[in-house]
Design a protein around this ligand. Structure first.
Ligand SMILES: Cc1ncc(COP(=O)(O)O)c(C=O)c1O
Length: 398
């Protein structure tokens, strides 16, 4: 192993006494982020004013950072661009893919997909006059439902609740054999394990950066378009910064070159500055090491919880091949148990109706953290301390 995870841990700010097992939802802050953002605010915005678009390279930021993310998801330079939120990128990718497969009418997704992806698909179906259909099947049944009616598969590679991972290469191969295109949501994949978009021949992919890529709350999303589609994918959200020549201010839209056509409007410069700082960490990480260490930590946690507690049921597949970088357990009182854990300094999260989620992010979580998380959970379960009104009061964000 060439990656020094003790060293990467020092690159993050983690509050004193906290074991943070929620980097799969919101990554922690890298220590260099405040200075990098302060520089963008004071030296760039403050001093350069509007000339910052050229002098500080703000206008090129979405493509420049896209290239750095491309490396993490197995994509070539010039195939990934940043902007907007993930829901919007899902819309863009899906709309383009549907337009490229005009004789088909079915969008195939699964019940493990994140609701926003399904809502976006429903909304697009409505906008297109109801001639399309969103078909949602169980995650295990996706393969058998890819037939010659399917225009596009819209799949999140890792199920946000259970951590179950699809086989991207297999599903993409089957989709192509059946004449369908693929849109992959990498929200729980990018920065979680090696992803091979080019090798899998994925058509489109989208992902967020505030989880495993640690860009901070509200950090922008990314979109990938396979090079073979660069000249045919037509952006549904045809904003001015996706235009071939934005500063010509033409009255007619002409798509920009390659993936840049998926840009919409003004990039979030300050958030991208935080992301740039966070991406530096990856210069010292081998993704294969990351995967191996993530699985080691997950196994340590599963073994510890299963041997020391009762009443919690593993929701995550046992097979390494079918896992992302999180472990989930089910319990009817999962919400209260998680609140009790958080009060004890072990932060995970809860997803309705009964899922306790724990993210294993080796960049800043180590074996001692896992041991402490297991001990704390074991104590809570043994003494039933979660069974108190203060842990049952639901907050807006769970
Ligand atoms: C798989 C997946 N898709 C889409 C989204 C929505 O992302 P956003 O809120 O950035 O639009 C999320 C958010 O967590 C997600 O996990």
């Amino acid at each position: 192993m060439t990656t020094d995870f003790a060293a990467t841990k020092h690159l993050f700010h983690l509050p004193e006494g906290v074991v943070y097992l929620d980097g799969n939802s919101l990554g922690p802050m890298v220590k260099t982020a405040p200075a990098r953002v302060a520089k963008a605010v004071e030296a760039e915005w403050g001093e350069l004013l509007i000339t910052g678009w050229n002098k500080a390279g703000w206008m090129d930021q979405p493509a420049r950072i896209g290239d750095r993310i491309a490396k993490l998801v197995g994509a070539a330079p010039g195939t990934v661009v940043m902007g907007d939120t993930l829901s919007i990128k899902v819309y863009q990718a899906l709309a383009s893919a549907l337009e490229m497969n005009p004789k088909r009418r079915v969008i195939l997704s699964d019940t493990g997909n994140f609701p926003s992806d399904l809502y976006i698909a429903e909304g697009l179906v409505r906008t297109l006059g109801g001639q399309y259909r969103l078909k949602t099947v169980a995650p295990e049944e996706v393969m058998s439902h890819i037939d010659d009616t399917v225009a596009v598969t819209l799949i999140t590679e890792v199920d946000y609740r259970t951590g179950r991972k699809h086989d991207m290469a297999d599903i993409t191969k089957r989709a192509h054999e059946m004449g369908a295109l693929t849109v992959w949501d990498l929200a729980h994949s990018a920065g979680a394990f090696p992803v091979d978009l080019a090798g899998s021949k994925a058509d489109f992919a989208v992902g967020c950066t505030y989880k495993y890529l640690n860009s901070g709350p509200g950090g922008p999303a990314f979109i990938y378009v396979a090079p073979r589609h660069h000249e045919t994918a037509r952006p549904a959200l045809s904003g001015w910064l996706g235009h071939e020549s934005p500063f010509a201010f033409d009255l007619d839209y002409r798509p920009g070159a390659g993936v840049e056509r998926m840009r919409v409007g003004t990039p979030p410069v300050l958030q991208l500055a935080a992301l740039e700082a966070a991406l530096d960490v990856w210069d010292q990480v081998d993704l294969k090491d990351l995967r191996a260490q993530s699985l080691r930590l997950q196994d340590q946690f599963i073994k510890g919880v299963e041997s020391r507690t009762t009443g919690l049921t593993l929701a995550t597949p046992r097979s390494h091949m079918m896992r992302g970088s999180q472990v989930s357990f089910r319990h009817p009182e999962g919400y209260a148990i998680m609140q009790n854990l958080i009060a004890e300094g072990v932060i995970g999260d809860f997803r309705a109706p009964d899922i306790l989620r724990f993210g294993f992010t080796p960049l800043f979580v180590d074996e001692d953290d896992v041991a402490r998380a297991v001990n704390t959970l074991a104590k809570i379960m043994e003494y039933g301390t979660w069974d108190k009104p203060q842990f049952k009061k639901r907050a807006k964000v769970t």
